[in-house]
Design a binder for this molecule. Structure first.
Ligand code: FMN
Length: 187
């Protein structure tokens, strides 16, 4: 009986350590992310794409309204109309919501959080990702029908996900950030 209790205690202890390491893995994805520039062609595994989309679906939103629609652009020709240097197999996840895309502040914030979750989830799974708002005007002027956006929706932001060259590590790839001392204050 004592032996069983001991084995149980060891199991719980080891599970705790492994759980803590897994959590640290999540923190590493947040601290080491960078906006990929070195996309290459190559398919994204379907199961991975589903998990990446789940990260967006799972994002927090004001009053849990989940105002977003995720439109996954996989066709190279259409993707290149949005991001001209899109590589074969790179996927563009266009996040849209009701409103004009400029004054619907709450929806914009919600969609931005979903974009961040998608961006980080992709990198946690070993893909490159990059957030874009530059193409929004052109999408909303010219491509809403091709993208099948519902009436009243406008694109707010998109996340590009794709394979990247393996030889660029996060620290050398990321741009520098301001020192914490200039961006954090304590009162
Ligand atoms: C809201 C937002 C909009 C962005 N729009 C674009 C864009 O239109 N085109 C682009 O190339 N990068 C875009 N980026 C990527 C940023 O330039 C990049 O995240 C930033 O320079 C930091 O890069 P790093 O993480 O590699 O250091 C955008 C990022 C954010 C958060």
């Amino acid at each position: 009986m004592r032996k069983i209790a001991l084995y149980c205690a060891v199991f719980v202890f080891l599970a705790g350590i492994l759980g803590a390491q897994e959590n640290k893995g999540g923190l590493q994805a947040i601290l080491n992310h960078y906006a990929a520039r070195n996309f290459v062609s190559g398919e994204i595994n379907r199961g991975d794409l589903d998990q990446i989309l789940q990260a967006g679906i799972r994002a927090p939103s004001a009053n849990n309204r989940q105002p977003w629609l995720f439109t996954v652009v996989q066709t190279t020709a259409l993707a290149r109309q949005i991001v001209s240097n899109n590589e074969d197999g790179n996927v563009l996840i266009v996040i849209s919501a009701e409103g004009d895309g400029k004054t619907n502040g709450r929806q914009i914030l919600d969609c931005a959080l979903a974009a961040q979750s998608i961006y980080l989830a992709a990198q946690a799974l070993g893909y490159g990702s990059r957030i874009y708002t530059g193409p929004m005007d052109s999408i909303n002027r010219n491509l809403k029908t091709q993208l099948g956006l519902p009436n009243g929706h406008n694109a707010i932001v998109l996340v590009r996900v794709g394979k990247v060259q393996g030889n660029v590590d996060a620290l050398s790839a990321a741009s520098s950030r301001a020192a914490a001392g200039s961006k954090v204050q304590y009162k």
